[in-house]
Design a binder for this molecule. Structure first.
Ligand SMILES: [Zn+2]
Length: 347
């Protein structure tokens, strides 16, 4: 806990008011339990698990994104839209039955029919009787292969995606007709994606070019600042080095941060490096970092995630105080010195 506090930059007058940065309980409210879970890292772990499961699935990006929405029950079904004044909560096919997510994707006869063609006989009973969250969890973690070789969770995800797609097309396009052999459409979709992916990775392999990467000196009159952040065995450190246009070492640093994410450790590196440069009276700085996320975050106007907000604000303040900084993204191989200093900071 102390390490977590150590990793926070000390408050300044330019900071905005405090705000809560974790989701709270299921309904978004503050509770002692939600704060306690956050401190113990429970919610992060739970999210990460399913996050990895979803993003590693062999399906197109749009299907993954759809499944991510399903995970949190974020679909604009009639039942969900009704309280906002958008029509009746009922299914367009079933009389007097509310259109919830589980109804559209499983219980509606239209969906039922599709599943019956896809599900192996012995799994049908359990599939149709469990509650929404265990249904989601159970199918997402079912890696079993079907007869044709397709993984069940992939077939499940693609089917859910299509059931929702067809439901929308039916609602908004009066000429749309659901495919007669839906299960075939789904199997083709899965197989086409897998074969397209393997052929595109073949093409990418062919096109790979080797480039020699090394540290590049700054222009005459400028100083390069390479920084990096690292997290090892749960503790974060950062480090950096200032060099002139001939590659001569001016100064370097290595700093222990505490408990922080890699992203925050990278930001700490940038902030500490720029402060050091300013102390030395250096104004023209080529900042070289290997984290694309940090380069993007510092390059646009947004303050980015709440996690790094206060550090990003401090770095921007330094820019405004007269530091002339050019930000460059470099390959990790060109940032080895800073990387080693950051690792030392973790010890
Ligand atoms: Zn229905």
């Amino acid at each position: 806990m102390i390490n977590r506090i150590k990793a926070l930059p000390p408050p300044q007058n330019t900071d905005e008011d405090d705000e809560r940065i974790w989701p709270g309980d299921r309904l978004g409210r503050f509770t002692i339990a939600s704060a306690y879970n956050l401190l113990c890292g429970y919610c992060e772990l739970a999210v990460d698990d399913m996050w990895n499961n979803i993003w590693k699935m062999e399906v197109p990006e749009r299907v993954r994104y759809f499944i991510w929405r399903l995970r949190y029950g974020r679909l604009p079904t009639n039942k969900a839209c009704h309280p906002w004044g958008h029509g009746a909560p009922y299914c367009g096919h079933c009389v007097g039955v509310e259109e919830s997510i589980i109804h559209v994707l499983r219980d509606c006869p239209l969906a039922h029919d599709v599943w019956n063609h896809l599900l192996p006989m012995q799994t049908r009973l359990g599939f149709f009787t469990c509650h929404y969250h265990s249904w989601f969890q159970h199918n997402m973690l079912n890696y079993e292969k079907l007869e044709g070789g397709n993984e069940w969770r992939v077939v499940w995800a693609v089917t859910c995606y299509h059931l929702w797609l067809w439901r929308n097309k039916e609602t908004f396009d009066y000429e749309f007709v659901r495919p007669r052999y839906a299960s075939q459409v789904i199997h083709h979709y899965v197989e086409n994606y897998i074969s397209a992916k393997s052929s595109s990775s073949f093409i990418m392999d062919k096109a790979r070019i080797n480039i020699n990467v090394r540290w590049e000196a700054p222009r005459n009159g400028w100083i390069s600042l390479n920084t990096d952040g690292a997290v090892q065995h749960g503790v974060a450190g950062c480090g950096g080095v200032l060099r002139d246009y001939q590659g001569n070492w001016i100064t370097g640093f290595s700093k222990f941060i505490g408990t922080a994410s890699v992203f925050n450790a990278e930001l700490w590196g940038v902030y500490a490096g720029l402060c050091l440069a300013r102390q030395r009276g250096i104004n023209n700085i080529e900042l070289q970092i290997d984290s694309l996320a940090v380069v993007r975050n510092l390059g646009d106007d947004s303050l980015g995630s709440s996690e790094g907000k206060s550090l990003v604000r401090r770095v921007r303040n330094l820019f405004q105080e007269g530091l002339n900084v050019r930000i460059q993204h470099v390959y990790r191989e060109a940032n080895r010195v800073a990387d080693a200093l950051a690792s030392m900071g973790c010890e």
